[in-house]
Design a protein around this ligand. Structure first.
Ligand code: GLN
Length: 240
């Protein structure tokens, strides 16, 4: 299992959010506290973020990925300290045996303004054939991302279908479009932190703030900006 995290709220510095929390994504790349499958996440990383419209010449998200360990990337550390964003989706990877290990197989995967990360594993043969041509990689997560990003509004339904067709699958996904975040808990850990500044959805808490709460398995979480605040809803997913 990999680890992923996302932020929605007031613009937040990427270094502060991803690299400087006591148990943040960087620390989770070598010492995750709740990872059930695998021990280190050294097979790549990726960060996507949405800059304010006046700061961008093209629609977001920006995405930066690498197939190396997050801790070895000095350029990330130097640039992240100078970037702030109101929406961020990021991941570190522990590649599943048999999957490609190049950058194109590293989350997040992007399409139509969305960015998606997957923690888990699945049998790719259960995915419809039309998910393959637009997949960024033949990696299971990339083909799943292609299937899910074809209809983000059907996320809960599509996860339940894949889960029914492959009962051994672990399907924790995390996606955003700059104004909302969606996440599923399906076979692995997911936690939420709501603060007056915004919300974090993450595979595991990045610090010991008592406001973190665990999301029950088989749940869809949605976080939306509403009147200057972020509203979070949790819905049970259908199971076969
Ligand atoms: N199966 C995906 C991959 O190979 C995700 C792996 C994971 O969650 N550890 O990258």
């Amino acid at each position: 299992m990999c680890r992923h995290t996302a932020w929605l709220g007031r613009p937040r510095n990427l270094s502060e959010f991803l690299l400087e929390r006591p148990h943040g994504l960087l620390q989770q790349s070598w010492a995750p506290r709740r990872q059930r499958h695998g021990t280190v996440n050294a097979d790549g990383w990726g960060v996507s973020w949405w800059s304010p419209p006046e700061a961008s010449s093209v629609p977001g998200p920006a995405r930066w990925r690498s197939s190396g360990p997050m801790w070895s990337d000095a350029s990330l550390a130097s640039v992240a300290a100078h970037v702030a964003a109101g929406c961020v989706v990021a991941a570190v990877r522990d590649a599943t045996v048999g999957m490609p290990t190049d950058e194109s197989a590293c989350a997040p995967f992007v399409r139509d303004g969305w960015s998606l990360s997957h923690n888990g594993v699945l049998d790719r043969s259960v995915l419809p054939a039309d998910a393959w041509p637009r997949a960024e990689s033949v990696c299971d997560s990339a083909v799943l991302a292609s299937y899910l990003l074809a209809a983000p509004e059907e996320l809960g339904k599509r996860i339940a279908v894949v889960g029914a067709d492959d009962p051994a699958a672990r399907l924790n996904v995390l996606l955003g479009d700059g104004e909302r975040l969606l996440a599923t808990a399906w076979g692995d850990t997911l936690s939420v932190l709501e603060t007056p500044d915004g919300v974090v959805l993450a595979s595991e808490p990045h610090d010991d703030d008592p406001r973190w709460r665990d999301v029950p398995d088989r749940t869809l979480v949605e976080a939306r900006l509403h009147g200057g605040r972020v509203v979070v809803t949790e819905t049970p997913l259908e199971t076969a």
